[in-house]
Design a protein around this ligand. Structure first.
Ligand SMILES: *Cc1c(COP(=O)(O)O)cnc(C)c1O
Length: 392
């Protein structure tokens, strides 16, 4: 399938680049024009048509990275998700979605779909049978997210690809947590791959963007809607994203390595309870992750032992910052129960296994020893405070 046989870091660095014929500069020139002369009646370049030189150039890179024929970039991950979903759903249709989803996607489905007469079901769990259970006569799309947020559950791509083919459905995946470095779902017959490029593709916590990769035919269908919805990305941001993606391979591989070491350290730690990371052999999704991922990613979650206060712990960290977002080169933590999954409510969180003390950890590229030292000093601080409180 891969139209570009080059290796990951070569694609990241070069594929799609705009040649500077005039000055022979090393990088793609930035075209800020919103107005272009007609090339012919079929090619009208305009930012909202997703076809300016920089937009087209970045789409080629993303398509090659995801082993897809074609790709589109959007103004945010949610613009990519909503446009892709609406391109394949209409009134009277039904979609099956994985139980644990990114909060924004969950809100889109539960707040908006009823207005358009689109029916939906969430699975109970993430096993292939959980999806098959919910398929009905009018089901059109299966939607998955793996590894999932925040418990890093692993959905079997091969099984979902086969299930959707068996029932004649379109399968879609939010591949944000894995990034194209670690997981290429099209190789497992998943139809449409979506990214919040705000995360690993951007990687420096300074870009908001989204992407969709699929066949030429599917991308045409999504584009038809995209130009009407108007969620295109400004050329300056496209250009900056191209710059960021040159180092995506080396960034994400460094994050994989750091996350593995942090997960092993936390798993062996006397003050830490459960650790959720697909790279740990005790993780329930480890075997499937090994079969479908090239690296286990930079995201993990963990719980402190009972009696240790997760919010005091996060406040005591000095190097690792509390943050709403993820996937930057800097390490960050977040409490899903208080932020990303607050809207779910206590009961639904409990059903999904998201404890109040759960901490989601986006591992950056800092030296592992420094991250460990930060966690050690924060644990020591809250433990000594704990004793002080008991004594007084
Ligand atoms: C952040 C995120 C999104 C939404 O992306 P935006 O760029 O914020 O619109 C979707 N899915 C996942 C898994 C995310 O982490």
């Amino acid at each position: 399938m891969n139209p570009n046989k080059k290796g990951l870091n070569t694609i990241c660095t070069h594929t799609g680049e705009v040649k500077d014929k005039q000055f022979k500069g090393a990088i793609s020139p930035l075209y800020m024009s919103t107005s272009y002369a007609f090339e012919d009646v079929d090619v009208k370049r305009y930012p909202r048509y997703f076809n300016t030189p920089n937009q087209e150039s970045l789409c080629k890179k993303i398509a090659a990275l995801e082993h897809a024929e074609s790709a589109l970039i959007f103004g945010s991950g949610m613009a990519a998700i909503s446009t892709a979903l609406m391109a394949f759903l209409k009134a009277g249709d039904h979609i099956v979605l994985q139980q644990t989803l990114y909060g924004g996607t969950y809100n889109l489905v539960t707040e908006e779909f009823h207005k358009y007469g689109i029916e939906y079901s969430f699975t109970e769990g993430w096993q292939p049978e959980a999806f098959e259970d919910k398929i009905q006569e009018n089901t059109k799309v299966l939607y998955i997210e793996t590894p999932s947020n925040p418990l890093l559950t692993v959905t079997d791509l091969d099984a979902i690809g086969k299930l959707s083919k068996k029932h004649g459905l379109i399968s879609m995946i939010d591949n944000t947590f894995a990034s194209p470095v670690n997981q290429n779902p099209i190789d497992f017959d998943i139809d449409i791959v979506i990214h919040s490029a705000t995360k690993y593709m951007g990687g420096h916590s300074d870009i908001c963007a989204g992407a969709v990769a699929s066949t030429e035919e599917n991308i045409k269908r999504i584009f038809a809607l995209a130009k009407n919805f108007g969620g295109s990305l400004s050329d300056y941001t496209v250009w900056l994203l191209e710059r960021s993606m040159k180092t995506m391979g080396i960034r994400v591989r460094a994050q994989n390595e750091n996350a593995q070491r942090m997960a092993e350290y936390l798993d062996a730690h006397q003050d830490i309870g459960a650790v959720y990371y697909p790279g740990l052999p005790n993780h329930p999704g480890h075997r499937v992750a090994k079969a479908q991922m090239k690296g286990f990613g930079g995201m993990l979650s963990f719980e402190l032992h009972e009696g240790l206060d997760a919010s005091q712990f996060q406040k005591s960290l000095q190097l690792i910052k509390p943050s709403m977002s993820l996937a930057g080169v800097e390490s960050t933590v977040l409490s899903p129960s208080q932020t990303s999954h607050a809207l779910l409510g206590a009961e639904e969180r409990k059903r999904q296994g998201i404890k109040d003390g759960l901490i989601r950890f986006s591992v950056g590229i800092e030296e592992t020893e420094d991250l460990i030292a930060d966690i050690e000093q924060a644990l020591n601080k809250i433990k000594s405070k704990g004793t002080a409180v008991t004594r007084s």
